[in-house]
Unconditional design. Structure first.
Length: 133
């Protein structure tokens, strides 16, 4: 026994087709809107993730400097091996690029080169956000 979704002919068939069409258009529009919002949120999550990792690396670097009584810059690998960073901390940003550590006189800067993978562009993420010069 088969179930018939549409009547074979007549006015009832036309009504059912109109109902299907009016339900399908909003459903497609909602789906497209969901994809657009979802993709934007995904990008924002990557940016937040990179910022959080940069802050963690910055704090670990500052702790390392205090422990060593130094203003020099350690490597991320050094921070992990000397237990200033958790071994599970990834040295990469959310786009798979390594972080850049800069140690100025009284400040530590951690930079992600962002999604384009090029340093010095507007999508770079720098913690803290002030200029070292």
């Amino acid at each position: 026994m088969s179930i018939r979704l549409l009547p074979r002919s007549g006015w009832l068939r036309k009504i059912v087709l109109v109902i299907y069409a009016t339900a399908a258009v909003p459903a497609v529009l909602i789906f497209v809107l969901f994809l657009r919002i979802g993709m934007g949120g995904y990008s924002e999550n990557k940016t937040r993730s990179a910022e959080m990792r940069a802050r963690t690396i910055r704090a670990a670097t500052q702790n390392w400097q205090a422990a060593m009584n130094s203003t020099s810059c350690p490597t991320i690998e050094q921070l992990v091996s000397e237990k200033h960073l958790d071994p599970g901390t990834t040295p990469l940003d959310a786009w798979g690029h390594g972080f850049i550590l800069e140690c100025a006189k009284d400040e530590v800067y951690v930079t992600s080169i962002g999604p384009d993978g090029k340093p010095g562009t507007t999508d770079d993420i720098r913690i803290p956000k002030t200029d070292p010069n």
